[in-house]
Design a protein around this ligand. Structure first.
Ligand code: EPZ
Length: 418
């Protein structure tokens, strides 16, 4: 298995370009199942999770063709609307084909994704939503088996904010009969991006980006072309990379407002952040203060940047209290950061980080999930000596050539093939 070796102590400087968003691309690619014909997506990152999605789409009779960052998906009726365990276990987001397959074909058989390193991550809210829209659901042999002659619009209040649950509900409701109202819906930019594509396909939707989304079902949708929104989590990770090395780094091609919670926290720490219309710059700082962070649904601080921010806090003056408000087990990077010399005390979903500037020293560490891997790479940039981050396949699920982007900013970093 490949690993990444970082030699710490270099200051990053320069400009780096952000890729398209993984978490926006995945639902949009599954939305293509809603209409036969050729869908064209621009700014699609090259990632393992995108490969897994293509594989699942191909198993459903679709064709996929890449030309640079443009991905064309040709959709045709599948032999059977099934997402098998073999494919779903590679990527939990595969559950997002439940809504489109069910609403389109009146039935769907989608494997339950199973456990996940960052928490139990049930899909009960996805399943309940389909039931509320009129589907009969059986759980059999590890599969969700859903049937409905035609889904019927409903008023659905999510008991907690769920990004994937909102996306699945949207994709199911666009072809349902009548009006669906989603309350306590997710407001994430990735949900908004999905609505933009559904609307381009002919769907009638109002209220995206707020907690109440109204969908008037239509009889048919048609394929279209769509540009995937920039990846706010990648942008945030690169900004923190600049910050942790005390460098001047500009992240280009992002949507600054999508990162407001991070910008506010970095400013609270004492960093100077400049915002352009599509760029963010962190200016060199010799030292910074600790800041407390609690992750929560958008527009609050994202759980997907918690691990990276924690790496930055290990180098702050003072203490920061980091509370993970979304997932119950998303502190697996803590023990690995501690192996690098960080002073962190985890307590259930709260971690107390006592900043210890200049005290990290390189070691071999193990990546346990996507964002944990990024956090270890960031810590490696600030550590003395060599840090070897193993099990880097997690990183490849969600970051497009992170090591090349960091090397372009002056990091001493290389991928080592196993
Ligand atoms: C999305 O996951 C992202 N994945 C995650 O990014 C991100 O961490 C998460 O949203 C939160 O922002 C994709 O977009 C592909 P949720 P999702 O449903 O949709 C609970 C990354 O690193 N819940 O909003 O699965 C759940 O357990 C990844 O790129 C239920 O209880 O997250 C969690 O506690 C990791 N029942 C909370 O809701 C359900 O049926 C929010 O999860 C669904 C969710």
């Amino acid at each position: 298995m490949d690993s990444i070796v970082v030699t710490g102590g270099r200051t990053l400087n320069g400009t780096v370009q952000v890729s398209g968003s993984k978490n926006a691309a995945l639902p949009v690619l599954f939305a293509s199942l809603l209409a036969d014909g050729e869908h064209r997506f621009d700014n699609v990152p090259r990632l393992r999770d995108i490969d897994s999605t293509e594989e699942l789409l191909r198993s459903l009779n679709c064709s996929t063709e890449r030309d640079g960052n443009t991905l064309t998906v040709g959709v045709r009726r599948p032999d059977a609307p099934v997402a098998p365990y073999d494919l779903v276990r590679k990527m939990r987001a595969s559950i997002l084909c439940l809504g489109p397959l069910l609403t389109r074909y009146g039935e769907a058989r989608v494997s339950l994704p199973g456990g996940c390193a960052i928490g139990t991550r049930p899909v009960d809210l996805h399943v309940e939503t389909m039931q509320r829209l009129g589907a009969d659901i059986d759980i059999e042999g590890g599969y969700v088996i859903a049937k409905a002659s035609r889904l019927v619009g409903e008023r659905i209040t999510f008991e907690k904010v769920t990004v994937g649950g909102t996306e699945n509900a949207l994709m199911a409701a666009v072809l349902a009969q009548g009006t669906t109202v989603l309350e306590n819906a997710a407001k994430e930019p990735e949900v908004v991006d999905l609505v933009h594509y559904l609307r381009a396909m002919g769907a009638s939707i109002d209220g995206e980006g707020t907690s109440v989304i109204t969908i008037d079902g239509v009889d048919e949708l048609r394929p279209n072309r769509h540009r995937i929104v920039p990846d706010r989590i990648e942008a945030g990770t690169l900004l923190i990379a600049g910050a942790i090395t005390g460098g001047n780094v500009t992240v280009e091609g992002c949507v600054p407002v999508h990162l407001q919670a991070l910008i506010d926290k970095l400013r609270e720490c004492g960093f100077s952040i400049r915002t352009g219309s599509e760029s963010l710059t962190v200016e060199a700082a010799a030292s910074w203060q600790g800041a407390d962070v609690t992750t929560a649904p958008y527009p609050a601080f994202p759980t997907d940047l918690q691990a990276q921010f924690m790496a930055l806090m290990t180098q702050a003056d003072g203490t920061s209290v980091i509370t993970e408000g979304i997932f119950e087990n998303r502190f697996m990077h803590v023990q690995e950061l501690v192996r690098l010399g960080a002073n962190i005390t985890p307590m259930a979903q709260v971690a107390v980080v006592r900043g210890n500037r200049g005290e990290l020293s390189g070691a071999a560490v193990m990546a346990t999930d996507l964002r944990a891997s990024a956090s270890l790479v960031l810590a490696g940039l600030a550590a003395e000596g060599e840090t070897q981050v193993n099990r880097i396949y997690h990183l490849d699920r969600g970051y497009e050539q992170l090591e090349r982007k960091l090397a372009g900013l002056g990091a001493k970093i290389r991928r080592v093939a196993a």
